[in-house]
Ligand binder design. Structure first.
Ligand SMILES: NC(=O)c1ccc[n+]([C@@H]2O[C@H](COP(=O)([O-])OP(=O)(O)OC[C@H]3O[C@@H](n4cnc5c(N)ncnc54)[C@H](O)[C@@H]3O)[C@@H](O)[C@H]2O)c1
Length: 435
């Protein structure tokens, strides 16, 4: 199979780059994986996977012969004509996307009529046009450009790559766009072939819409807290309407991660730069910021001032099945609790190594039960499946206090209350007796 499949390059071997590389290797492409992080490349060459992503280790191992790792971009240029760019585009202080890594790749390209950059990184609308201008101004007008935004989700990235909802290819109708379409053909996914700007905008609009859905249900949850309705029941009733759908209607302590916060802010900022005030996104961002702090209010409601109170946080990663701590709600929550003088013990099944770099002043426990020992209150921050199987009688026995704040509406309130604990969800007031 690999004989007919063309070799490709992937520049940036992080969450997106490594999954993309392993995924294309799985369908038969030889892939030259490039990163400026020599340590990361060394670990990959040694068969070590630097990130925690279900199924990735196995996929890389199964396709090891087709995966080539290097810090030299020349290796990718020598072997492949399509160079996928999957470098980070983090936010700057202004909220705009930081495109310095993208442009360092662009500027490292030689003049060529036989190569194309294929942008996987999430970039503002207009970036492709700017890169094409830059190529033209520097005598590299023959270098093609394709926008191919990535929609995979951490935690299910391998499955998302191999069975995508859609593949979006934005191009100028040249050989490169068609070559990218051909590359994705074995995945048999719905294809949206469009212009470059529309492809760039599709990615930003998708993430902004999902973030809006989360902030919307979080505001409904906050109203439920005031009115006695249960947001889980409300979301169930809403989600059965096919125009609404059940996904992204889980109320909680807000969205985090490396994509939603930065992409929503980048879209807002990008619109602002063009003179358009994107009012809705201001609210989406503000609701999300406030939502992370609602847990603190719930703790104070039951415990009073938090000074010297012992709080256990279960889960630290921004969502389950990843070790990614970027923009995790646990960062804001732990900082707020420490500022209030609380003592914090934490447990996460896989994110501890990353979390230790970012959360000073907390005690890392080796298990959920060890974290809750002596706690006045427990906060579920990340809905790892193992927390759904906790023995709440044992939790109650280990804690000093009784309060369990379920920041993801993930636990079974009946099981928690059945163990003599006080359950507080997000938008899930105590059941009222129907008389
Ligand atoms: N993480 C996700 O779930 C996700 C999903 C869809 C899209 N995206 C987008 O994909 C892009 C990459 O995200 P990520 O989470 O994989 O980032 P990441 O930080 O995990 O990986 C980026 C990699 O690029 C490398 N790099 C930086 N500059 C480089 C250069 N000049 N040459 C070669 N390598 C370089 C870094 O060392 C790092 O290994 C971002 O634009 C992000 O918004 C991410």
């Amino acid at each position: 199979m690999s004989a007919e499949r063309e070799p490709i390059g992937v520049i940036g071997t992080g969450y997106v780059g490594l999954v993309t590389a392993a995924g294309f290797a799985e369908v038969g492409n030889d892939v030259w994986c490039i990163d400026i992080d020599a340590d990361k490349i060394g670990r990959l060459e040694a068969g070590e996977i630097p990130i925690w992503e279900p199924g990735l280790k196995e996929l890389v191992a199964a396709n090891r012969e087709r995966l080539h790792f290097s810090t030299d971009i020349g290796d990718a240029l020598a072997h492949a004509r399509l160079l996928f760019v999957a470098v980070g585009t983090p936010p700057t202080y202004s909220g705009d996307a930081d495109l310095s890594a993208v442009y360092s790749v662009v500027d490292a390209m030689p003049a060529s009529d036989d190569h194309a950059l294929v942008m996987k990184s999430t970039v503002p609308c207009g970036t492709g046009a700017h890169i094409q201008r830059r190529f033209a101004e520097t005598g590299k007008a023959g270098f093609c450009y394709v926008s191919c935004p990535e929609f995979l989700k951490e935690g299910s990235a391998v499955a998302d790559f191999l069975d995508p909802d859609r593949v979006v290819v934005g191009d100028d109708g040249d050989w490169a766009g068609q070559a990218v379409v051909d590359l994705y053909a074995p995945l048999d996914a719905p294809l949206v072939r469009t212009d470059i700007r529309s492809a760039e905008m599709t990615k930003l609009a998708s993430n902004a819409f999902l973030a809006t859905k989360i902030s919307f249900i979080n505001e409904i949850a906050n109203v439920c807290d005031e009115t006695g309705a249960d947001v889980v029941e409300v979301a169930r009733g809403m989600g059965l309407d096919p125009r609404i759908g059940p996904k992204f209607l889980q109320a909680g302590i807000g969205f985090g991660g490396s994509c939603f916060p930065k992409d929503v802010t980048a879209l807002k900022q990008m619109a602002g730069n063009t003179g358009y005030h994107f009012q809705l996104l201001n609210a989406v961002i503000e609701v999300n910021e406030l939502q992370k702090r609602r847990v603190v209010q719930k703790l104070q409601k039951h415990l009073g001032p938090l000074t010297q109170k012992k709080i256990a946080l279960l889960g630290l990663a921004f969502k389950p099945n990843t070790d990614d701590m970027r923009e995790a709600s646990s960062l804001v929550l732990s900082a707020r609790l420490l500022a209030d003088g609380a003592a914090i013990s934490v447990y996460d099944p896989v994110a501890e190594e990353e979390a230790r770099k970012l959360i000073p002043g907390v005690t890392f426990a080796e298990s959920a039960l060890a974290a809750v020992a002596g706690a006045d209150a427990v906060v579920l921050v990340t809905e790892w499946s193992e927390f759904g199987e906790l023995d709440f009688a044992a939790v109650a026995g280990a804690m000093d206090g009784r309060l369990v704040v379920d920041g993801r509406n993930f636990l079974d309130p009946v099981a928690v209350r059945g163990a003599g604990l006080l359950y507080e969800g997000i938008g899930r007031p105590s059941p009222r007796r129907v008389s």
